[in-house]
Design a protein around this ligand. Structure first.
Ligand SMILES: *Cc1c(COP(=O)(O)O)cnc(C)c1O
Length: 733
């Protein structure tokens, strides 16, 4: 990049500032802001509202605005007007702890692809002032959770919207709660806007984040609005879901957004549908609708509304679905809302419960599962709706998850021209697979990523070692307690495992027969690293136990293998750690009990970097395995039946699946280490690039969703979507 003159810089910066009656925004031109808003407020409604409890889109893994500033060689000394924004984007805090895990990151990745593909979309979610909890890990106690303090005020890409009628005041929306006697209490939210800006800064997806922890809301609302997935009580869950769902229509109204489709990312926000049903009834029956509506009227209204709803279900695990006691719910919703829910949300098995998954299943134009195998599972679980359940396999935002080293590598082959815009281009890897330059360049990039990960881990181990002497916390890793000479070395075969710690994901499976594992390693006489990360929900006791289990075997395995096997746990799993891990390890381990992992996405992130998976045949891997060309499989491949959906310990198949994993490990290690066989390992890496990047990206996924939305888009956008839709059809059998 050439040196830009100060005036050039100023012109460029001016072009990154845009205003409307709700505020001033940085990163896009006025023209782009106006265009996006025009799309969202088209009189006939031609956009999508994506409703989600969480959004994961940290700026330290993808930040096109910052990149643009750096390309312009903007420094702090620039023009005072822009100095504030430039400083914020260059040096501000790049983490937005408004996500707990996979669901939120999927949301963020999806919204980024929507921006890139120029599909008019707006998200609605909540702003949690204490975020999701921060994780500390103690060698003996395991996970320790603390509140996460962050300042949305000082976070780049977040804007508090103004009230257009009173520009000195923030915009506030109002929603209603009702006690058991139908007495109303109002809750108020300030409205934050986060922008998911496209790589070329020529489009963006706004995210509306509702902040109810403000003085005008009652204390109990403020209290419930602080922590993502607060599970102190059932009430807390009910309130949080209402803060999301009931906020949707008022927020859209306040901003003039005329959506055609509401997309429910999980059922959490489903009560937005109630507002739409009530609107229909008001239109038809007038203001006395509550008194005069018949059940038939309500069902009729629901039928009309369902044409606007697209629903994605994300898990077969029961805990993932909200079911609330009717009487409890009656303390928050009014009588008429109870009546609608009794018609549309009753639980099949327990009639005193409202089942919000059943509600979402009933009122939509399309129900989507998140992989092919999950489609079958969902159809079994909800036989009544089986015929309308289809599959749209999840993806990841490839530009976010491809490491810098791999991006440089992809950039240096013309066969991958425009790969950021068009992930389908990676199928051209088939033309390069035998090219020695391609193979050796891949290995170099991989070495760089591996070195970055190992250096990061070693620095952490050193910090922990210091901490051990300075605080009461016992650092989580055995390696910190022994000599620094025993820290990790680059180039050693490294297996990564990182995800939420919950029972069915079986994080400890690989260590469940420690003697056999140690024997395999000793026989081979080669070193191996295991790098783990992940949080357990603070209320999930068995999940937290799994973390302790992983910590507990560290010393044992190290000693049993004479120091060949090293296990490290990285506390505080977030997107930055995820990116280091998925690109820097040599294999990504995924050991859920089939068929409980609906999709899984971290393995896709590894695939984006050419890293093979070792996985049970569950979730996306059923589609990504390609007969073994891209990695390894293990574990029993039972038929998908209701019986295998159990999460109880006795049905988790530890013994069988651990034996199966141990049986393939020697081959994996040999292929990696043996000079004669190594080319087979690299073949698998390249097949990931060729076969899996074109499929498991959110561009393709978004294109499949647009097919369910039925919105009108400009011809060039349609053309790009068509190509993506034709490249892969998730719903094929
Ligand atoms: C990708 C990701 C997840 C989800 O991983 P799964 O494999 O879908 O469980 C969770 N947390 C973080 C920080 C991630 O990056």
């Amino acid at each position: 990049m050439s040196i830009h003159s100060i005036t050039d810089q100023e012109t460029a910066l001016k072009d990154m500032v845009a205003k409307n009656k709700w505020g001033t925004f940085f990163g896009v031109s006025q023209q782009t802001l106006d265009r996006v808003w025009e799309n969202l407020s088209a009189p006939d409604g031609n956009s999508v509202v994506y409703i989600t409890m969480e959004i994961g889109a940290d700026l330290d893994v993808f930040n096109p605005v910052q990149k643009h500033l750096r390309d312009l060689e903007i420094t702090d000394s620039t023009n005072a007007v822009f100095d504030h924004y430039a400083k914020l984007f260059l040096h501000g805090k790049q983490k937005i702890p408004n996500y707990g895990g996979g669901l939120g990151i999927l949301a963020g990745d999806t919204l980024k692809s929507m921006a890139e593909l120029k599909i008019p979309t707006v998200a609605v979610s909540l702003l949690y002032r204490k975020g999701y909890f921060s994780q500390h890990v103690d060698a003996l106690l395991g996970q320790i959770s603390t509140a996460t303090d962050w300042q949305p005020e000082n976070t780049p890409s977040l804007y508090l919207l103004k009230d257009p009628d009173h520009p000195d005041l923030p915009l506030e929306i109002e929603i209603s709660f009702f006690d058991a006697d139908d007495r109303k209490t109002s809750a108020y939210a300030r409205v934050w806007l986060k922008m998911e800006i496209s790589k070329n800064l020529d489009f963006f997806t706004p995210e509306i984040l509702l902040d109810y922890a403000i003085p005008s809301s009652p204390d109990w609302i403020q209290d419930a609005a602080q922590h993502l997935y607060d599970s102190r009580s059932e009430n807390m869950k009910i309130i949080q879901r209402r803060l999301l769902g009931a906020g949707v229509v008022p927020a859209l109204r306040a901003l003039g957004i005329t959506a055609r489709i509401l997309h429910l990312n999980e059922q959490h926000g489903v009560i937005a549908v109630l507002d739409l049903i009530v609107e229909q009834l008001k239109d038809k029956l007038g203001h006395a609708y509550q008194a005069v509506a018949t059940d038939e009227d309500i069902l009729q209204a629901a039928k009309i509304v369902s044409k606007k709803i697209v629903y994605t279900i994300h898990t077969p695990v029961k805990a993932g679905h909200d079911r609330f006691d009717q009487r409890l719910y009656n303390q928050f919703g009014n009588d008429f809302c109870q009546r609608i829910l009794r018609l549309l949300a009753l639980d099949d098995e327990e009639g005193h419960l409202f089942n919000f998954t059943a509600f979402a299943m009933r009122v939509n134009r399309a129900t989507n599962s998140v992989s092919r195998i999950h489609r079958g599972v969902t159809q079994k679980q909800f036989p009544e709706f089986a015929s309308k359940i289809t599959a749209i396999t999840n993806g990841v935002h490839h530009v976010t998850w491809i490491s810098d080293a791999k991006a440089d590598f992809y950039n240096s082959f013309k066969e991958f021209d425009q790969w950021q815009e068009n992930p389908l281009i990676f199928s051209n890897a088939r033309l390069l697979g035998d090219d020695p330059r391609f193979r050796s360049y891949f290995e170099q990039a991989w070495q760089q990523d591996n070195k970055a990960l190992i250096t990061n881990v070693n620095n952490m181990l050193l910090r922990h070692r210091k901490m051990m002497h300075e605080t009461w916390i016992d650092p989580p890793n055995y390696l910190s307690q022994i000599n620094e000479d025993n820290f990790l070395e680059p180039g050693v075969f490294t297996i990564g495992f990182a995800r939420r710690f919950s029972t069915y994901k079986r994080a400890d499976l690989i260590f469940s027969d420690l003697d056999t594992l140690a024997e395999i390693i000793l026989t081979l006489n080669k070193p191996i690293n295991f790098i783990f990360a992940g949080k357990a929900h603070p209320a999930d006791e068995p999940g937290k136990k799994l973390i302790q289990q992983v910590l507990a075997i560290q010393a044992d395995l190290y000693k049993k293998t004479n120091g060949l096997a090293k296990v490290v746990f990285i506390p505080g799993y977030d997107m930055h750690i995820a990116k280091l891990m998925v690109s820097g390890v040599h294999a990504w381990l995924n050991s859920p009990k089939r068929p409980l992992e609906a999709s899984g996405t971290s393995g896709m992130k590894a695939a984006m970097n050419g890293v093979p998976n070792i996985s049970t045949m569950d979730g996306w891997w059923v589609e990504g395995y390609h007969g073994g060309q891209t990695g390894w499989k293990f574990g029993i491949e039972t038929d998908v039946s209701a019986a295998c959906l159990s999460e109880s310990t006795s049905t988790l198949l530890y013994k069988e699946d651990a034996a199966s994993l141990n049986a393939i490990l020697p081959e994996v290690l040999n292929t990696f280490y043996d000079r004669e066989l190594r080319h087979l390992y690299i073949d698998k890496c390249i097949k990931n690039i060729e076969l899996n990047i074109p499929i498991f990206n959110t561009h393709r996924m978004a294109a499949e969703y647009v097919d369910r939305y039925d919105i009108k888009l400009p011809p060039p956008v349609e053309k790009q979507l068509k190509a993506l839709q034709q490249a892969y059809v998730s719903n094929e059998t």
